[in-house]
Design a protein around this ligand. Structure first.
Ligand code: PLP
Length: 393
């Protein structure tokens, strides 16, 4: 695959594994094993079965008629919001728990910001009867109390990270410290296409089910498997990578990645990584991240917790740099209004993350026979408080 990872773990200038020496054995074990395991027929059969019977896949590709009329093109929504636990994150969590089992791991750790990845991880650990420890910033635990409760109900231990700003970055540090201390029996489930190689490639492969299904479903709808446009929001970039994956080598398909501009790209309260960022190292890989001139990571901001991340996965950095995909951004206000429009036009309450991708529809120029697929990465139940406050319901 032209845009895939090379043997050294790089996508062009980006990727690699920039990790402390003490983590080397853990990451090296994964690197040596992951392809062998996930390409094994037994693994594939179990993965496919769980995606079907437990997650509820294939997720529908829905032809959104009223959106299509409004925007003057054939708009399709890939309904990841209908998955068990409410988003695409479960696809990766299932893949990684099956991998961990085959590696003989008895204990799972994860970090979480808003708690969505923590809930997906706690879910698959319950499913497999494996011990689960989720690190979460103390501030985030207070802000996201319902997700803390969910994780606890699912049997996970939620450990507060009390250092620094007590948010995602600090939770990540705690998880890494745990992994260094427990290299033999523990697997670390990372929730997006970020982290040291092989994580970005592994997570992209697990999420690539999104575009594999889309090709087939679009053919059933339109007689053609290639759309003109594919669009998705980008936090770390896993739903977008899954949505782009099987279209990467089809150069006629335009790929549109939507970042969170927050209060505006120049406001100092933003998470528009490609616009604001520079090349550097974040969470174990070389990528593009928001940083000061002396290399301090800048605190990102977005109304949507899932997009509130100061970097993007290394494959996205590559697709951006070589112009294979277009990176744009949408503000909080534009996303929230687009979320409401989706409710009123299609009867679907989207996650605010996904609403960023929908907001971009407003800014596109389509031809009448263009087929456009938007990844609806998650449902909006978790965001009701934010919608209520914004619209004064
Ligand atoms: C976590 C999340 C995202 C952002 O993560 P990616 O890795 O960029 O996909 C987007 N949408 C939803 C619904 C999420 O929960």
């Amino acid at each position: 695959m032209k845009y895939g990872v090379n043997e050294q773990g790089y996508y062009g200038d980006f990727g690699g594994a920039y990790i402390p020496e003490m983590l080397y054995p853990n990451v090296e074990e994964l690197r040596q094993q992951y392809l062998k395991i996930i390409n094994d027929a037994d693994f594939k059969a179990e993965f496919d079965q769980l995606l079907k019977d437990y997650v509820g896949r294939p997720s529908p590709l829905y032809h959104a008629k009223r959106y299509s009329e409004k925007y003057g093109a054939n708009i399709f929504l890939k309904r990841e919001d209908l998955n068990h636990t409410g988003s695409h994150k479960i696809n990766n969590a299932i893949g990684q728990i099956l991998l961990a089992k085959r590696l003989g791991k008895k204990r799972i750790i994860a970090e979480t910001g808003a708690g969505q990845h923590g809930v997906a991880t706690a879910t698959v650990c319950a499913l497999m009867g494996i011990e689960c420890i989720v690190y979460m910033g103390e501030v985030d635990m207070a802000r996201q109390a319902p997700n803390v409760a969910r994780m606890k109900m699912l049997g996970a231990k939620v450990v507060p990270a009390k250092s620094g700003s007590k948010t995602l970055k600090d939770a990540t540090n705690e998880a890494l410290r745990d992994w260094i201390g427990n290299p033999v029996d523990t697997h670390y489930i990372i929730g997006s296409v970020v982290g040291p190689y092989p994580y970005p490639d592994m997570v992209a492969r697990f999420q690539s089910i999104i575009s594999a299904e889309t090709k087939q479903q679009l053919k059933e709808h339109t007689g053609k498997e290639l759309p003109e446009y594919v669009m998705a929001c980008v936090g770390g970039g896993s739903n977008a990578m899954g949505m782009f994956y099987h279209f990467l080598d089809d150069e006629s398909v335009k790929l549109v990645a939507v970042e969170a501009a927050g209060k505006g790209v120049d406001s100092g309260h933003s998470a528009a990584t490609t616009f604001l960022g520079k090349e550097g190292v974040l969470h174990g890989s070389r990528t593009i991240l928001m940083q000061t001139d002396d290399g301090q990571v800048v605190e990102p901001y977005s109304v949507s917790a899932g997009l509130d991340y100061p970097g993007i996965g290394p494959q996205h950095a590559h697709l951006y740099k070589i112009n294979r995909a277009q990176y744009v951004s949408v503000t909080d206000d534009e996303a929230l209004q687009a979320g409401l429009l989706c409710c009123q036009l299609e009867g679907i309450i989207p996650a605010i993350e996904s609403a960023h991708a929908l907001a971009q529809l407003e800014k596109m120029k389509f031809k009448a026979d263009d087929n456009v697929v938007v990844c609806l990465s998650g449902r909006g139940d978790k965001d009701l408080d934010t919608y209520i406050k914004y619209f004064n319901y």
